[in-house]
Write a protein that binds this ligand. Structure first.
Ligand code: MN
Length: 191
């Protein structure tokens, strides 16, 4: 089963000014495409050749893990945004966020702090355990909460390639700006 490049659910300029067309085109069309190509080359003729992406992430290591993790991470990342985002979570996800952090603003503050304090390249995730309890996890490089038995709901990419063209070194400003394009309906559907 060939791993495919995920289709963006919006035009490449639709998330401006939060994420520029140029950043989307490099990030999706170059960086993610390279992870997809590498992964397809690496799994050819191996036990992972026909495995679901999440299984590869859970069971691999080394170069296969790095590329599979980055494909899974970016599939979740690119599909969680919308030019009409920036609303608020509702239903049981909203209740769980309020139970854990007191408010959406309380959660966002802690999530941004986790992303800012992650040293080097990686991801910050909102994740759920099997009981529905939420947590924020910091993952280095290609990490994803699925390797800890958690379900990833929302992920912010803190690799410099995700923001450097638009924000240079200002990672904190970038993370704060992303809330305006989060599609909470998609995040809720993962919960
Ligand atoms: Mn990235």
């Amino acid at each position: 089963m060939k791993i495919e490049l995920v289709t963006l659910p919006y035009a490449s300029n639709a998330l401006e000014p939060v994420i520029s067309r140029q950043t989307i085109e490099f990030h999706h069309g170059k960086h993610l495409q390279t992870y997809v190509n590498n992964l397809n080359n690496l799994i050819q003729g191996t036990k992972f050749e026909n495995a679901p992406l999440e299984t590869i992430v859970k069971e691999s290591e080394g170069a296969v893990f790095n590329n599979a993790g980055q494909v899974l991470n970016h599939n979740l990342y690119f599909t969680q945004f919308s030019p009409n985002g920036g609303d608020e979570p509702s239903g049981k996800l909203a209740a769980a966020i309020n139970a854990e952090w007191g408010s959406l603003a309380g959660f966002q503050k802690e999530f941004e702090a986790a992303g800012v304090s992650l040293f080097g390249s990686g991801w910050v995730w909102l994740a759920s355990d099997a009981s529905g309890k939420l947590s924020i996890t910091k993952e280095a490089n290609a990490g994803n909460p699925v390797t800890k038995g958690l379900k990833p709901l929302l992920g912010f990419d803190v690799w410099e390639h995700s923001y450097y063209l638009d924000y240079q070194n200002r990672r904190a400003d970038h993370l704060k700006a992303l809330w305006a394009i989060v599609n909470w309906k998609v995040v809720e559907s993962r919960y």
